[in-house]
Design a protein around this ligand. Sequence first.
Ligand code: ADP
Length: 205
Amino acid sequence: MRARKTKRMKYRTVLLFGAPGSGKGTQGKILGTIPGLFHFACGDAFRNLRITDPLGRTFIEYSSKGQLVPDEPTIDLWRRNIEASRINRTFDPDHDIMVLDGIPRNPRQAEILKDTLDVRAVFHLACVDMEKMVERLQRRALRENRLDDANLDIIRQRLETYELETKPVLDFYGPKLVHHVDSTQMPLNVLRTILDTIAALDVTK
Ligand code: ADP
């Protein structure tokens, strides 16, 4: 009985949101080390797929063009990963807050996940300086061996995909949930702002 109830519950969630190069990944990794927070980065889940996995090939096909992977297989991948994390107990939905990075990435994904996610806050890591983001991505290409960061045309395409397809997700959740955080600050200050807000959320409800 209890197991069934848990299965149907919505996950308390905060979203890390922002353009490629805005620093979501850096913040997400740190947040994921904090007890009570469970971090999932959709891009990492794609990159962890084996090359023999058909979805791994689909991912390369789309990401190498700076495009989003189609919604259904993406949501499916997310569900499988979350289920696996529940089974191996790295994620305990009764106690943990889920920190999502890179998903939902368009309003349709947000709509599909509406019944599964109880979104308490959306952190929009905002950077007005496009060139700064391009620079960050080019540095990351070398450090993390990411092909989609290496090519300037692909970077520009990803930034365009973000503006056109991803940014409207902010309207989906609305101004009450969205916290705009200046991502050009020191990462430490970005982290402090995010943590202060999460700490103030009444997660017992
Ligand atoms: P970044 O935010 O720096 O672009 P990510 O690691 O989040 O990098 O994503 C890399 C690529 O993975 C994206 O460009 C896209 O092709 C794919 N991807 C990640 N998450 C999603 C998602 N939720 N929906 C569709 N495609 C996704």
